[in-house]
Design a protein around this ligand. Sequence first.
Ligand code: SF4
Ligand code: SF4
Length: 155
Amino acid sequence: MYSYEKTGILSKKDLKLPSKKQLEKGVAIIECVQEIPCNPCVDSCPVNAISMKDVNAPPIADYDKCIGCGKCIGICPGLAIFLTKIKDNKALITLQYEFLPIPEVETKVKALDREGNVVGKAIVKKVVKEGKTMVIAIEASADLAMDIRNIRVDS
Ligand code: SF4
Ligand code: SF4
């Protein structure tokens, strides 16, 4: 049973985690486990790294195939995809952000875990508008790579 079925929040134990080598390459972590009819992530991937048994099944990312292009992130209506890369003992995490104010590059922000708790600090490295959503890349401590799943911008 997934932990979210009890708590409403996914935990790392619910996910297939990438290897150190795959994280160094940079891969999309998909945190989508509910059986809903949705598949734009599958269609967005240029290398067919995301698969589903059928349109209602949860997507599965093939970390070996993923080239870390990030095309699947902004297209996900569930804000469930996080491009994660580790380099020089830093984690670069790219995620969707739906709040205001939109931070500028080099802004220091609070890094939040899946429960919304502050787990550390991060620096905004890239801000891109994709359709109606903002896709933001942040840099944080490498040991938080699989924990940070949102940010808080103090206005
Ligand atoms: S980051 Fe790019 S290659 Fe990797 S799963 Fe997403 S769309 Fe595919
Ligand atoms: S696009 Fe997002 S919400 Fe839809 S199946 Fe893919 S990961 Fe899940």
